[in-house]
Design a binder for this molecule. Structure first.
Ligand code: MG
Length: 180
């Protein structure tokens, strides 16, 4: 039963759900794709990378005790294309300000302030391939609730260990060893 006060889970698409960037040495066969021979993801014609999303992630995400929120440049396409492919309902979508030239290497990510504002003190996990320690420092200083900034390796996307870490933190509020 999803209650209104469960922690939020801000979910990025490119990287966590759509892996990219592995070298041919790391992934000799290339990325697996899903869809051909089964149902075809909606929007796969215009967004062929959707077929890289493992639809089994949908039930894994649904099983987490949290309120899912899209935190991605896919914006409304996340609900139009990605959510149906994963079997997820329409989810809230974080909207972003215009990019500013404040952002850069070693700086706080352009999403971070927006997510802290959006959460408004409510506990949140954030799953993204671009999280750095600068973001952890910023959130620790500006967000009064608990938070887990969970970095995912874009080359492999979400794996079972990521879901275990998220589930542990969402259920207990305690990070798994080695995570922040
Ligand atoms: Mg990303």
């Amino acid at each position: 039963m999803i209650g209104p006060r469960l922690p939020l889970l801000f979910l990025d698409v490119d990287g966590p759900l759509i892996p990219f960037g592995a070298s041919p040495q790391q992934l000799p066969g290339g990325y697996p794709t899903y869809g051909p021979g089964r149902r075809q993801p909606r929007g796969a014609g215009s967004n062929p990378l959707i077929s890289r999303i493992d639809p089994a992630h949908g039930p894994r995400l649904s099983a987490l005790p949290c309120a899912l929120v899209w935190a991605t440049t896919w914006m409304s396409d996340a609900n139009d294309c990605v959510a149906p492919w994963l079997g997820l309902p329409e989810l809230p979508v974080v909207s972003w300000p215009e990019p500013s030239d404040e952002d850069g290497a070693g700086r706080v990510h352009w999403k971070t302030r927006v997510l802290v504002d959006w959460a408004a003190g409510r506990p949140f996990a954030w799953v993204d391939d671009e999280i750095t320690d600068a973001d952890r420092t910023f959130v620790a200083a500006h967000h009064p609730g608990r938070a887990l900034l969970h970095h995912v390796d874009a080359r492999r996307g979400l794996v079972e260990a990521d879901f275990a870490t998220l589930g542990q933190w969402l259920r207990t509020g305690v990070p798994a060893r080695g995570d922040h």
